[in-house]
Design a protein around this ligand. Structure first.
Ligand code: CA
Length: 249
């Protein structure tokens, strides 16, 4: 099994800077999205540090085709290390005080036909399989807590004034709550990693409609970004699409 991927990251229509960052290394199955926050370009620093840490700590490990459990542990360790470094940087200069970032890391283990995810914040991972779109990660947000408690519908959460209020992020506390997700990979699976600039303006039904007709990842990613901008592009938009390809097919 191999992976075809395509990433698109756009400033959107309202922001001056793009504080999102991403990593796509299809040859070793490593993908990540980070959405930074903090004034004076500190958000860019935080998301950039998160992605750099993922690349530095995980590329070499994944190249060695680890057992799935070992890969999962390595993902969690990388997210913890990113948190430690960002907390340290945030505490060391006033310009970087208060900076933070989301981080969603996806490892596709072709040798074992499984994926592993480590996740903090409200960037998302989705899986499109057999015409069905499944959200793999849970948003660490104030509104998601209320959806889970039955107090808001997903649609009310998406358009809520406090939709962007995070309950989990890197760079704010020494202890970070890391969500882990695991599953199998099948040929033709399409994984989507994205920042909330996409999902604030497109709901899951929109995503399924825009992804469901089997366009190649590059055209599909461009279409998602264009659609988010058509709907106002209020935030930075990052879309990373990965398709699993069966080499034997
Ligand atoms: Ca954002």
């Amino acid at each position: 099994m191999t992976f075809e991927s395509f990433a698109s990251s756009d400033t959107g229509r309202r922001r001056r800077n793009n504080e999102d960052a991403f990593l796509a290394r299809p040859a070793c199955g490593l993908f990540a999205v980070a959405d930074g926050m903090g004034g004076h370009a500190a958000g860019e620093v935080a998301s950039g540090m998160a992605i750099a840490t993922v690349e530095k700590t995980l590329l070499e490990i994944l190249e060695k085709k680890p057992e799935p459990d070992a890969a999962q542990a390595a993902l969690v360790a990388a997210v913890q290390e990113a948190n430690r470094l960002i907390c340290e940087a945030a505490g060391s200069t006033t310009a970087h005080a208060g900076m933070g970032t989301t981080l969603t890391v996806l490892a596709l283990l072709a040798h074992a036909h499984v994926y592993r995810i480590a996740h903090v914040g409200d960037s998302r991972a989705y899986l499109l399989r057999d015409g069905e779109l499944t959200r793999l990660t849970r948003d660490q947000t104030w509104v998601q807590d209320r959806v889970d408690a039955g107090l808001l519908t997903p649609e009310q959460a998406r358009t809520h004034p406090l939709a962007a209020l995070l309950t989990g992020a890197l760079g704010t506390h020494g202890d970070v709550d890391i969500e882990t997700v695991a599953g199998d990979i099948r040929p033709d699976d399409l994984f989507l990693l994205c920042s909330d600039g996409l999902t604030a303006v497109l709901d899951d039904a929109d995503l399924l409609r825009l992804l469901g007709d089997g366009l190649p990842p590059d055209a599909a990613a461009a279409r998602l970004v264009d659609e988010a901008n058509l709907r106002g592009g209020p935030d930075n938009i990052t879309v990373l699409l990965i398709r699993a390809v069966d080499r034997a097919a």
